[in-house]
Design a protein. Structure first.
Length: 433
């Protein structure tokens, strides 16, 4: 039985209630369900978090009309990090200090303060979009959180990369999950679950060796043996579609790697999706940063599959009207649980996000409608690309076009020590040195 109410919260917050019976895994992430989570920490636990916020302390958590004791809790976040006396983000591990499980049979959840996402929507929309491409992604909902009776307010509640997550998505949880922490496949060392021997690193070593293969035909063959190609192409295509600038393909930052023992292949998983859609004009074939993404996009067969996958996802999954309607539906469900000021602020941010989503679809369709540009030939009669764009303009300088001394078009930059500007264009080059 789940009873959700705000009677104990201070401030101008509308009271609400929602009741479900036999709370299950699916109920916990039921669409538009907002749950109330009350966290109790002892004075020793608070002191421990003030001293070392990343170290687990013991907590009692009340959720779903149940008390969960001996829960492992620590603070999380980098750019979003806040101290325990502010509005911190939490990781709750229900198995770390005991053998029990949390609400909905979950092993681990994260409570994110959404300090870098004023809409509180990016993580949820991103998770649902990746899931629609059959790329396993943690589920997301919202929660209202108290800490020792102090109202912290609205949080993004996210399923952890735990054994329950792996069983739900892969049917078993005996593979190895890697958390790279900003490192790429050749440097990753941290492992979650699975064996901790050097042998267990073998699958990642095989992937790293395949990526280094210089012969593209052999590289393609080797990658197909150790990497789930379809899921990886869906993964990087969706990262590009939603402009996940801080993910694997574009930044090799927020992601997880799982070796699926059933298929004996590596699967990449999305993470840290609180800043999406920020660059609606992002090219659909951007320069990749992640080693695997760079290596696979050099292979002609992979390029063709990526193109087919991208167009399919844009047509069948990334439909801006449906995504915008979903965002508005979520906000409508949050409204009873927010003050008027909180709701108005989130609504304004949500409307701006909706504009970005609509612009993203528009620009992607426009990009895909263009013919592929010809390869640039640096011969003596090579045509010069004239579709230049200003970058980093400033009032401290001047940029314009004009006629040069030879009678041709010229690009002018009048700069100063207080600025830097550039003209830029994009061309296609043949593979080479």
């Amino acid at each position: 039985m789940l009873l959700v109410c705000l009677a104990g919260f201070s401030g101008k917050v509308a009271a609400f209630s929602a009741i479900t019976t036999d709370l299950s895994d699916s109920d916990f992430f039921k669409r538009n369900l907002v749950c109330r989570i009350q966290i109790q920490l002892s004075s020793d636990a608070l002191a421990g978090l003030r001293h070392d916020a990343r170290r687990y302390v013991r907590a009692t958590v009340h959720v779903a009309d149940r008390d969960f004791e001996d829960i492992g809790l620590h603070l999380k976040g980098h750019g979003t990090f806040r101290t325990v006396d502010d509005k911190p983000s939490f990781t709750l591990d229900f198995k770390r200090l005991g053998k029990g499980r949390g609400p909905g049979e979950l092993d681990k959840i994260h409570l994110n303060n959404s300090a870098e996402d004023a809409t509180f929507l990016n993580e949820l929309l991103g998770s649902e979009l990746f899931a629609a491409t059959h790329v396993p992604s943690p589920r997301v909902t919202h929660a209202l959180v108290e800490l020792n009776g102090r109202r912290l307010g609205l949080y993004v509640l996210k399923e952890g990369f735990s054994e329950s997550f792996l069983r739900r998505n892969f049917g078993r949880a005996d593979g190895t999950l890697y958390e790279p922490n900003g490192k790429d496949i050749e440097a990753v060392t941290e492992r979650r679950f699975g064996a901790r021997s050097a042998v267990e690193q073998r699958e990642l070593n095989l992937l790293a060796a395949a990526v280094r293969e210089s012969d593209l035909h052999r590289r393609w063959q080797r990658l197909q043996k150790c990497l789930d190609i379809d899921r990886f192409l869906s993964f990087i295509a969706m990262e590009v579609i939603v402009c996940h600038w801080d993910g694997y393909g574009l930044a090799r930052n927020n992601f997880r790697i799982y070796h699926d023992p059933e298929s004996n292949r590596i699967v990449f998983l999305p993470a840290g999706m609180d800043q999406l859609f920020g660059n609606p004009r992002l090219d659909w074939k951007p320069q990749m940063c992640g080693l695997v993404a760079k290596a696979i996009m050099e292979i002609p067969e992979a390029q063709q599959q990526y193109s087919t996958m991208f167009r399919s996802l844009l047509s069948n999954v990334f439909q801006s009207e449906r995504i915008i309607a979903r965002a508005k539906s979520i906000l409508g469900a949050l409204r009873p649980h927010l003050t008027r000021e909180e709701f108005n602020e989130i609504q304004q941010e949500m409307l701006a996000l909706c504009d970005q989503i609509a612009d993203r679809e528009l620009h992607l369709k426009e990009q895909l409608s263009r013919p592929e540009p010809a390869l640039l030939n640096f011969g003596t009669d090579a045509p010069v690309p004239w579709e230049w764009h200003m970058r980093d303009t400033s009032d401290a300088g001047r940029m314009d076009t004009g006629i040069g001394p030879d009678g041709g078009m010229s690009l002018h930059i009048a700069a100063s020590s207080a600025m830097s500007s550039s003209w830029r264009t994009v061309v296609r080059l043949s593979r080479g040195r």
